[in-house]
Write a protein that binds this ligand. Structure first.
Ligand code: ZN
Ligand code: ZN
Length: 364
């Protein structure tokens, strides 16, 4: 499995004219050798992982098919001492996300090397293998269960922050915690796609929007559900229906070989035709894996085509400032003939009070 992943990296590097690279992004390091602590990875003819004594035992335990160097010096200094001369050749790559201060240190540690920024290394993680898909599916199932638990706690008087705390607690109990800080937004706050939970308390007759994900062995899930607590406004029911229809259209249309812009367009057209185009303020979706936002970007600004094995979200949203917003987000894996949806939590535009009714949550 790691050999396959490393071959993908090698291909990506060769396209940039280098054969080796220094990797510092923890997601890339985990992906390439299984180590989940702090360190840097030298990728060349052999793989060398430099870490410090706090992670020595963990590195021996987790890192696969690579030499582990435990150093009390800075990682790069320890690495320099461990690598044989000429390891990098004359030219090597680093991730475009590397901080400038680290870049300077890299040049200082290996002055003989011409260091070049390599774009899109994280793109090697776009197509998932079945081991990864299994973990993401399980993370999505944890999300579904936590959603069912938490909606039964939603009642007038509860604050956004209390609901967010419940989500975080339950995600820890069921998995390995939240994949990101949950978004919990009531009433007019739901029109802000990335609202941070506040002390605001829920009143009867308001929108509730929950966006959260679980973490499992480094892999994330991501889902959003929106509903009206009580008897919904007419326009909300209509907008909810349009959002759901946009999502359904995209889920049905998605195929390998389709452009990411094209798929975004399928959902966007439904929203535009209904007259809410201006209110769909973000891309349709994003890749999910070791990071909750990673390639592909399924949006008008995205590039490239979909491939089988990609895991990404489909999350159309319509936001009416000062009133409310609707977003419905499912996670899926693209298969040769269509999508396997990983999110199973029910979707409904309304929900009324109390734990008992929660069990009667309308299943669509
Ligand atoms: Zn989300
Ligand atoms: Zn998302």
């Amino acid at each position: 499995m790691y050999q396959r992943r490393r071959a993908k990296l090698r291909d990506a590097l060769l396209r940039e004219g280098v054969s080796g690279a220094l990797l510092a992004d923890p997601a890339n390091i985990l992906y390439l050798c299984g180590f989940s602590g702090e360190g840097v990875l030298a990728f060349g003819e052999e793989l060398v992982l430099a870490t410090d004594p706090r992670y020595g035992e963990q590195a021996e335990d987790e890192a696969r098919d690579c030499r582990v160097v435990v150093t009390r010096e800075r990682f790069l200094d320890g690495l320099r001492d461990a690598l044989k001369d000429g390891f990098w050749g004359g030219k090597a790559g680093f991730e475009e996300t590397l901080p400038y201060s680290s870049y300077l240190r890299l040049c200082e540690a290996f002055p003989e090397v011409e260091w070049v920024s390599v774009e899109g290394i994280e793109g090697i993680r776009m197509v998932k293998d079945e081991d990864e898909i299994r973990l993401i599916r399980e993370a999505a199932q944890i999300g579904d269960r936590v959603f069912e638990e938490v909606i039964s706690l939603i009642r007038p008087g509860v604050s956004e922050r209390e609901v967010a705390a419940e989500l975080v607690y339950r995600l820890h109990m069921a998995g390995e915690g939240p994949a990101f800080d949950p978004i919990v937004a009531f009433g007019p706050r739901s029109s802000m796609p990335h609202a941070r939970p506040s002390r605001r308390r829920l009143r009867e007759g308001e929108v509730v929007l929950l966006d959260f994900g679980a973490l499992l062995r480094g892999y994330a899930s991501d889902m959003t559900r929106t509903f009206w607590f009580g008897e919904p406004e007419e326009e909300f029911v209509e907008v909810y229906g349009i959002t759901l229809e946009a999502q359904r259209a995209a889920l049905e249309a998605a195929r390998p070989g389709m452009g990411v812009v094209e798929l975004d367009g399928v959902a966007r057209k439904v929203v535009e035709d209904a007259g809410y185009g201006e209110s769909f303020k973000h891309g349709l979706g994003h890749g999910v894996g070791l990071r909750v936002h990673e390639p592909p970007k399924v949006s008008p600004k995205g590039e490239g085509e979909l491939e089988a094995g990609m895991v990404f979200t489909v999350e159309p949203g319509i936001y009416l400032p000062g009133r409310w917003g609707v977003r419905i987000e499912d996670l899926l894996v693209l298969r040769p003939h269509g999508v396997e949806v990983l999110t199973a939590a029910p979707k409904s535009e309304r929900f009324s009070r109390g734990p008992r009714e929660a069990r009667n949550f309308l299943r669509l």
